[in-house]
Ligand binder design. Structure first.
Ligand SMILES: [Zn+2]
Length: 552
């Protein structure tokens, strides 16, 4: 799973239940429909049940142990560990009798399974922010360097020169009422804002702090969204006084290579440029403000100032690969349509001698997908629609593999009836978390639900809010594989895993995800901490749901 998911999670936790379900259909749906307590098994169609039963915990554990072993070096993008992973998965598909989807190519037997994913590799990143002050015909200029007074976002070599405006704290809220963009023309400009929140207790609520000052790398996501929605090219955030030491450390610790999508927008939007108070003072000087006095100042044009954001670095073309196989549907009338099931195979690789094993993230989903593919392929009765199996590359670097796939799909997206995602399926919910969920949802009969449902048998599955017709199939899959269920409806377009790419193309999606845990994105995400029985529950549920959708 990509790290921005954590930010979204903290935003979601701070929001109300209805705010998590933005679609009108979802908020009208009775809450009880979205909770299925553990109950007696309701039989699935025989081939579906047999395939689900064929998924074994020991086989899942063996794949996870292999993929999360030191030999695969944490499966980092651009490394031989990920190359070896791709070969392992292509071979697994071939052994299962699942042919490649791509056109046959010359070369080794596994070559046709590989879907090339071009990307930009950036090394030796640097850059600067130049503040030019014009007074009459004369100008003066100051330069602030990346890693000293400035932190530039990840990008290739790019440059942007533009006027700037000052927009207070960059907030737009109705309660408390404040719109820092009210009187500003920001189109195609960069917006200078202060980090943090305005003075006053009414701004120090958990909800507002979670929105404007969350932990993690995407702290200014909400502020940036306001700026971009208003038509600005990006945001310059003036950070607190301790920022220069932070900038130095972050620039030093930054990964030596950054991977960016091959596709780039015609216009560069630098996103969030973070600057020190010294750089802030230079930006605000002609307006008669300082970083200190700006907190109580009205938003305004910063006349006479132009800013140049210059990102430097060495860029070259890199190529990674998705691994894709296909099982044709058994019904001639429906085989032209497909369900795509995907899991990302990459993880964070290694830093020096430290390997990030990524057992849960996402050897668990990868192993599940291998076993699902094997079980469906081994069945004598096939699903009516076609099933496409996809192992994605570059998820941890920003969903590069799945984003590339939806731009260059191997199966037409308008004939893809659903996308099923498996990412981090190995850690269960804790009893108190299930209790909190049913309490927050105001579930009638919550106590009965909790009594009937051990946390270990409770699974939450995300579902595209615009595909309510898939919910009954998901419920049936849960009742047929013996688990309790919560259906978490959402739009997924800002999602933290590969379903995001499909959501943005309006393909109905399902998201299988277990729980965060204290080793998330740490070297401690190891195979011995995973419960293969838990992975098996998820894999069985995902298989049954995908098959029922394919037969629908
Ligand atoms: Zn991850």
């Amino acid at each position: 799973m990509h790290a921005t998911r954590l930010v979204l999670l903290s935003l979601a936790l701070a929001a109300t239940v209805s705010a998590q379900s933005p679609s009108p259909q979802a908020s009208r749906a009775p809450v009880t429909d979205d909770f299925v307590a553990l109950g007696p098994l309701k039989p699935l169609p025989a081939p579906v049940a047999a395939a689900a039963d064929a998924i074994r915990a020991d086989a899942l554990a063996a794949h996870i142990a292999m993929l999360a072993s030191p030999a695969f070096e944490g499966r980092g993008l651009g490394t031989r560990g990920l190359d070896a992973t791709a070969e392992y998965l292509a071979t697994s598909l071939a052994l299962a009798g699942i042919p490649p989807l791509a056109a046959p190519t010359a070369g080794p037997a596994t070559a046709a399974y590989f879907h090339p994913v071009p990307m930009r590799e950036i090394r030796a990143r640097g850059g600067e922010l130049v503040v030019d002050v014009w007074q009459g015909d004369t100008s003066s200029s100051r330069t602030f360097r990346h890693g000293v007074d400035v932190l530039l976002p990840e990008s290739g070599p790019e440059e942007l020169t533009t006027p700037v405006v000052f927009a207070g704290f960059g907030v737009r809220e109705t309660t408390p009422a404040r719109d820092d963009y009210r009187a500003l023309e920001v189109k195609d400009k960069l917006v200078v804002v202060l980090g943090g929140l305005p003075a006053g207790a009414e701004w120090q609520t958990p909800d507002l702090r979670a929105r404007y000052d969350p932990p993690g790398d995407d702290r200014h996501a909400a502020r940036l969204a306001h700026a971009l929605a208003a038509g600005a090219r990006g945001l310059i955030v003036i950070e607190p006084p301790d920022f220069p030491s932070q900038a130095a450390r972050q620039a030093q610790e930054a990964s030596p290579v950054v991977f960016l999508p091959y596709h780039r927008d015609a216009v560069w939007r630098p996103g969030v440029v973070r600057v020190s108070a010294a750089a802030g003072d230079a930006l605000l000087a002609t307006a008669g403000l300082t970083t200190g006095t700006a907190a109580s100042a009205e938003p305004r044009d910063l006349r006479g100032i132009t800013v140049t954001v210059r990102a430097t670095g060495e860029e070259r073309l890199g190529v990674s690969r998705n691994v894709v196989g296909v099982l044709r549907g058994s019904d001639p009338a429906l085989a032209g349509e497909a369900v795509v099931i995907g899991a990302h195979m990459d993880h964070l690789g290694r830093r020096g001698d430290t390997i990030f094993f990524g057992a849960d993230d996402n050897a668990s989903g990868t192993a599940s997908l291998i076993e699902i593919a094997k079980a469906v392929a081994a069945s004598r009765a096939r699903p009516k629609r076609t099933i496409v199996f996809a192992f994605w590359t570059g998820e941890e670097e920003g969903h590069l593999g799945s984003d590339h796939y939806v731009r260059h799909p191997l199966w037409p997206l308008d004939r893809t009836v659903a996308y099923v995602n498996l990412d981090m399926v190995g850690h269960p919910w804790k009893p108190e978390e299930v209790r909190q969920l049913v309490t927050d949802a105001k579930l009638p009969d919550a106590e009965r639900f909790l009594k009937a449902t051990p946390a270990a048998d409770f699974l939450e599955v995300g579902l595209a809010a615009w595909a309510p017709e898939l919910a009954p199939l998901l419920v049936r899959a849960a009742q047929g594989t013996g688990v309790a269920l919560h259906v978490d409806r959402g739009d997924g377009k800002g999602g933290g895993s590969d379903y995001r790419a499909f959501a943005r193309r309006d393909v109905p999606w399902l998201r299988f995800f277990g729980n965060f845990f204290d080793g998330y994105h740490e070297p401690a995400d190891t195979a011995d901490r995973l419960d293969a029985g838990q992975v098996r529950k998820m894999a069985r549920l995902a298989l049954a749901a995908a098959w029922l959708i394919a037969d629908r």
